[in-house]
Design a binder for this molecule. Structure first.
Ligand SMILES: Nc1nc2c(ncn2[C@@H]2O[C@H](COP(=O)(O)OP(=O)(O)OP(=O)(O)O)[C@@H](O)[C@H]2O)c(=O)[nH]1
Length: 392
């Protein structure tokens, strides 16, 4: 090797023979380090964070689960290609449930139920608390007394002594009083006409929108007839719902005769072979006899053409409590009401009105509004409703 002089620092010199040794040692060290890297495991240790692209056997709680299938790969197999991001599929909206939306109504009941359950036996106070809970929930004095009389008879007959048994007996009695068909009828000769009636602002137009959405989603063809010619914005509102769900719309000029608008709607639906006509009517005070007469006329005229009126749905606002019962009585006299739609139950502590309607008028509650959204309408389910009221 030719003698070389290498400068170290400012003035140091290293002899050529020493330099060869240094190069040899450095070379060996590099080779040893590289071998160590490959031998001492390639994956991260259990407590090291995983790098992107790593494959896991367990889902990572810190990552959204996209449903990808992840497979463990032995350390010396070649890693699979990184998974392509899957397209995000939107989940269908969850149906609202009584359980989630009846928090206000439940809050009326839960204190009483807790107190009754905390006792060691059924005593006089248990009955008093039950009665108070029912009246505060707007079941009404008459229906509450009737209901508790039946429960007393059951308690005696079956020799019940435990508070939990008492609560179960009350729930069963409530469920049996509310049981009934919630099915919305269809006419044998289409179109089926469903008329929506009620006082101002109870949610008629919104309910028609929600019902239209449900029907069109299941493949039923729908026409919405804007029979609320009194409030201009109502027809606009209905038009928006119709557009959103792909329903036909018939509307008249402001102040037009609502009977003729609905009649035209039925005629158009018949001409186009549509299945259901959802007919809106203006909100009216049940105490105004001329307006109630107008409603009787709407009902008669709607039935004159093809198809027939198979549902007259009285829309009631659950937050008005016992007043809803007075409305129901008056509307039933003007038009034969076939079912009730109870709206705004999501914001009401007065869910008990359901019992008052069932026992006083024998009209079934068929639909329930649990919010303002298009999907916030469900069929009335007596079992789920009563269970939700009593949940602690
Ligand atoms: N929280 C809640 N709000 C509702 C529900 N149903 C309707 N609403 C609201 O109630 C208000 C009145 O609804 P509308 O559909 O305009 O009532 P209407 O009966 O057609 O009114 P009029 O045409 O004036 O008689 C609106 O703000 C709706 O969003 C429900 O189930 N829950």
């Amino acid at each position: 090797m030719a003698p070389l002089a290498v400068h170290l620092g400012v003035g140091g010199r290293v002899p050529a023979v020493d330099l060869q040794w240094i190069l040899l040692i450095v070379g060996v060290a590099v080779v040893a380090a590289a071998a160590g890297f490959f031998l001492v495991g390639r994956g991260p240790s259990a407590d090291e964070p995983t790098a992107p692209g790593d494959v896991l056997t367990e889902p990572r709680p810190d990552l959204p689960d996209r449903g990808d299938t992840l497979v463990a790969v032995p350390p010396d197999e070649e890693a699979p290609p990184v998974l392509e991001a899957l397209p995000v599929v939107e989940a269908p909206p969850l149906k609202p449930s009584f359980r989630d939306r009846l928090t206000r109504a439940r809050s009326t009941f839960s204190g009483y139920v807790g107190s009754i359950l905390s006792r060691s036996a059924i005593d006089a106070e248990s009955w008093e608390e039950l009665e108070e809970a029912l009246i505060r929930a707007d079941v009404g004095v008459g229906p509450a007394t009737e209901l508790l009389d039946s429960v007393r008879a059951t308690v005696k007959e079956q020799g019940l002594t435990q508070p939990a048994e008492l609560i179960e007996a009350v729930k069963n009695e409530m469920k049996s009083r509310l049981a009934g068909s919630v099915e919305l009828k269809r006419s044998n000769s289409p179109p089926s006409i469903w008329l929506f009636v009620g006082v101002n602002g109870v949610g008629k137009t919104t309910t028609i929108g929600k019902v239209g959405r449900r029907l069109t989603d299941e493949g039923t063809s729908v026409l919405m007839a804007a029979g609320d010619t009194f409030r201009a914005a109502a027809a606009e509102q209905l038009g928006t719902w119709a557009e959103r769900c792909g329903a036909e719309l018939v509307r008249g000029a402001e102040g037009a005769d609502p009977s003729s608008v609905i009649f035209d709607g039925v005629a158009k639906a018949a001409a186009q072979n549509l299945d259901v006509v959802l007919a809106d009517t203006a909100g009216r005070l049940h105490t105004k006899s001329n307006l109630m007469d107008e409603l009787s006329k709407v009902r008669r005229v709607a039935d004159k053409g093809e198809g027939s009126v198979v549902e007259v749905l009285l829309v009631l606002d659950a937050t008005t409590g016992q007043n809803g019962l007075t409305q129901a009585r008056q509307f039933t006299q003007a038009v034969e009401v076939t079912g009730v739609v109870l709206t705004k139950l999501d914001g009401s502590a007065k869910g008990g009105i359901v019992f008052a309607i069932a026992s006083d008028l024998g009209i079934p509650v068929k639909l329930v509004g649990l919010g303002e959204g298009a999907d916030d309408l469900i069929e009335f389910d007596a079992g789920a409703f009563v269970d939700a009221l009593f949940e602690e």
